[in-house]
Design a protein around this ligand. Structure first.
Ligand code: ATP
Length: 434
């Protein structure tokens, strides 16, 4: 059993707001359920996660091709993929208060809010509908994509024609997806607008089992690399009847969130479902020709999918730490150094000593040329600055003091241990990059 820790969630949400990571969407208008906005440190952390992912799954490999497809697609693509008819959650409505719930989120026949009688479960399509152009008749209907995968399947032929890859090969995409969730909740966990990082890996039909195992391993490697507490990640073999309509096998990677054990990522075997259907609906041949045998067939697909918002939340939860330093309680984000929004903060010991400020500005400018994510901080006393930098996860704080003026050394304070050491200015860059 997972313990529910709502106090931890409240503390984390408060920290992310106070320190400029995550704000409620449209907050001054009372918010818009299921949307969140990122502030400066949230964007920085999000971008660092995306770059790490892109590096690991696209740049460091020879067999995965990056794409960035349009969010709006020809609606036929969503008919072909089965989303128009099948991307629905079972929903129940309370006869008394008219509130709606996901049928699999309520237990028993009574409304969890008012105790009224719940009606029969109906299907609720989760795609956001919109219309293209000036008229709003049925011919202009399209959808905001509910997953990034579609944009990769419709580009399958383009990638094959441009790059002539051999099987197995993949396409990767990072981008927004939209789902009209019945009950958005739990901060970044279940929202209506979110980012996904997805790979469609095309394989020979006979090779799917081995390559499924391979991607399972890759997903665990990623979880470690991005600093998610792997002790809290558990695999779940999704049983028949509970998988998405296109999947013959799915392993969910669940995380022990403070609100329970729930999905973080998914790994699905989509068979040739998508290419076969897109060929049927578009009337364009999407088969692949095996160079050696001349066989023509639809490759099968292994799909590792990673929600970015859930990654951000899992990384924040895994790094959120409370301890005691020098007899004082403190909170800090023990983020992996390569993900920290700010790599180091530079302070003059005193704000009102021009010599110190000038020297500190010199050090700051020198570092910033090499490492852009360096921050200047001269607000409040040193203790306050440390607390602020700890809360945003800055690995090092560099203080320019009177000794610096004598011998060109500075103090470097380590976020995790709180220990300080003197380092020559000339050695700072290699220390920060280590
Ligand atoms: P759930 O069962 O939690 O609704 P799902 O099985 O529908 O999720 P997938 O269709 O597999 O999710 O979507 C792929 C990934 O996108 C998920 O593993 C998750 O990380 C992310 N994701 C899906 N829905 C949401 C959402 N509403 N808010 C945030 N992230 C989401």
């Amino acid at each position: 059993m997972t313990t529910h820790d709502s106090a931890l969630m409240e503390k984390l949400i408060a920290l992310t707001k106070r320190r400029g990571f995550v704000y409620q969407g449209s907050e001054i208008y009372g918010g818009l359920a299921g949307t969140w906005d990122l502030g400066p440190y949230g964007v920085a952390l999000n971008n660092n996660i995306k770059s790490l992912w892109w590096r690991m799954f696209v740049e460091d490999r020879e067999d995965v091709y990056g794409v960035d497809a349009a969010i709006l697609m020809n609606p036929k693509a969503w008919e072909a993929s089965g989303h128009v008819s099948g991307f629905a959650d079972p929903m129940v409505e309370c006869a008394k208060c008219k509130r709606r719930f996901r049928a699999d989120h309520v237990e028993g026949p009574k409304c969890p809010e008012c105790g009224g009688k719940l009606g029969e479960a109906g299907q609720f399509n989760m795609m956001f509908k919109t219309s293209i152009g000036a008229s709003e008749d049925s011919s202009s209907v399209t959808y905001l994509r509910p997953e990034t995968a579609g944009g990769m399947f419709v580009n399958f032929k383009n990638i094959v024609d441009s790059f002539h890859p051999k099987l197995p090969f993949g396409t990767a995409q990072i981008g927004k997806a939209f789902r009209n969730e019945i009950a958005p909740r739990d901060f970044l966990f279940r929202v209506r607008e979110f980012e996904q990082m997805e790979i469609e890996y095309f394989v020979k039909p006979s090779a799917w089992k081995d390559l499924f195992e391979y991607w399972r391993g890759q997903m665990h490697d990623w979880i470690t690399k991005v600093g998610i507490d792997s002790g809290k990640v558990h695999e779940l073999e999704v049983p028949d009847g509970e998988r998405a309509h296109y999947s013959l096998r799915t392993v969910d990677f669940e995380f022990d969130w403070p609100f329970g054990r729930k999905e973080l990522y998914g790994l699905a075997y989509r068979t040739d479902y998508d290419l076969r259907n897109h060929e049927e609906f578009s009337a364009v041949d999407l088969k692949f020709t095996d160079e050696e045998t001349g066989d023509r067939f639809w490759p099968h697909v292994i799909e590792p999918t990673f929600g970015l918002g859930r990654t951000l939340l899992a990384v924040l939860l895994s790094s959120y730490t409370e301890d005691e330093l020098g007899g004082e309680k403190r909170t800090y984000l023990k983020l992996p150094k390569h993900l920290a929004p700010v790599k180091a903060a530079v302070f003059p010991l005193l704000k009102n000593k021009p010599q110190l400020v000038e020297k500190a500005r010199e050090v700051y400018a020198m570092l910033k040329k090499e490492i852009p994510q360096i921050e200047w901080d001269d607000n409040g006393n040193i203790g306050k600055r440390y607390r602020r930098q700890d809360e945003i996860g800055t690995p090092y704080c560099i203080t320019i003091d009177f000794d610096t003026l004598e011998n060109n050394t500075v103090t470097v304070r380590d976020r995790d241990s709180g220990e300080q050491e003197r380092v020559a200015i000339g050695e700072l860059i290699s220390k920060l990059k280590a």
